[in-house]
Design a protein around this ligand. Structure first.
Ligand code: ACO
Length: 331
């Protein structure tokens, strides 16, 4: 079974309520209908109901039975505005500004998740990553024990000898441009949790990547990754985690055995932690475009799941991301 089928099967076991703030966006409307048909989640569309209905008609989509909420007229808007004001007043947010903000479907959706009226949120077919991330970071905040929100890509590779049956987790490829050593350690631990929760990888083997393996090169960038390994060992002593190591030492058994002898991870890593966002983002795209892998992205480290879409996403991409969000919401 591929990763998507695995995730969909899990989503069906305990159906969650997922809010879609871009409710009048044609691919989102079609995805909502598909999610209901496949019994994956209970979707909630945000936006003007007449507009949503018009989009459904234009795209020939049956959305009967799907809840549509207009943040501008919702009876919950004042409750959300008051709660948002309480959460952000120390940051200078006024009551008037909070009332204005919750009319924005992105903020309204995040408040639904915050207050437990939805189990998770998916957006980004129209909004940029930053527009989607900022309200989630400001309002949902990080999980207890986690210092940062980051991301993982679940990479399903044609070469089944890699990772766990061809499945590898890459982190962080979306959020933190230039992580500190402590942030890298938290990214690594979150990525291991993502591997367990979403990929069914019972024993994550986490490699912190660099251009150096076990001190083969000396540079401040290498020292940062070594420091991240030290901190991660302190925070998660039972996790199979090692570094710094080069990509080949992480995933090729013979190279791992020769360059990082005795490492519990080298040669067999299934979670790859990149030293910064440039490396991570480039790395996943190389694996996808040249290596022929399929990539699924999730955010990790948030107290409740919110996930971002690519603006070029298809209906099926939205269905996949919502299914992943639902499984994250199961915990
Ligand atoms: N984890 C936890 N909290 C965070 C994080 C984080 N990684 N980053 C910011 N925050 C918090 C801040 O502490 C702050 O909280 P506060 O307001 O309560 O004090 C709040 O979020 C806003 O922080 P800012 O620093 O003002 O946010 P910023 O404008 O820098 O935006 C963002 C943060 C959006 C994540 C930024 O780092 C970013 O743009 N990252 C890159 C996104 C991107 O473009 N990715 C690549 C493309 S995606 C792709 O290719 C698939």
């Amino acid at each position: 079974m591929g990763i998507l089928e695995l995730v969909k099967a899990k989503a069906r076991q305990n159906v969650k309520r997922i809010v879609l703030p871009e409710g009048d966006e044609p691919r989102t409307v079609q995805a909502a209908a598909k999610l209901v048909k496949e019994q994956l989640v209970v979707p909630v569309l945000l936006g003007n109901p007449q507009r949503i209905q018009a989009v459904a008609q234009e795209t020939g989509t049956d959305i009967s039975g799907i809840e549509c909420i207009d943040p501008k007229t919702s009876s919950k808007a004042s409750t959300y505005a008051q709660a948002l004001f309480e959460l952000r007043k120390a940051k200078g947010l006024t009551e008037e500004a909070a009332a204005q903000l919750v009319q924005d479907p992105m903020y309204y959706g995040v408040m639904m998740v915050k207050l437990g009226d939805a189990d998770g949120l998916v957006s980004g077919a129209v909004h940029t990553t930053g527009d989607m991330l900022r309200p989630a970071l400001q309002i949902i905040k990080t999980k207890p024990g986690t210092k940062v929100v980051s991301s993982s890509f679940l990479m399903e590779c044609p070469n089944k000898a890699l990772g766990q049956d061809g499945l590898l987790v890459y982190s962080d490829c979306v959020v933190i441009p230039c992580p500190t050593a402590e942030e890298l350690a938290h990214i690594a631990i979150s990525a291991a949790e993502t591997a367990r929760t979403l990929c069914g990888i019972a024993e994550p083997k986490v490699a912190l990547l660099s251009f150096s393996t076990k001190g083969s090169a000396k540079h401040e960038l290498v020292t940062k990754v070594q420091e991240a390994v030290r901190i991660a060992h302190e925070l998660a002593p039972n996790l199979a985690l090692d570094g710094e190591m080069q990509m080949d030492a992480a995933i090729v058994p013979e190279v791992g055995a020769s360059k990082a002898k005795g490492s519990p991870v080298a040669g067999h890593a299934n979670v790859l932690v990149f030293p910064d966002l440039q490396a991570g983002n480039i790395g996943y795209k190389i694996t996808q475009r040249i290596g022929g892998a399929t990539a699924f992205a999730v955010l990790q480290g948030l107290a409740k799941p919110c996930n971002d879409l690519s603006r070029g996403c298809s209906v099926d991409d939205i269905v996949a991301t919502v299914s992943l969000t639902a499984v994250q919401a199961q915990g």
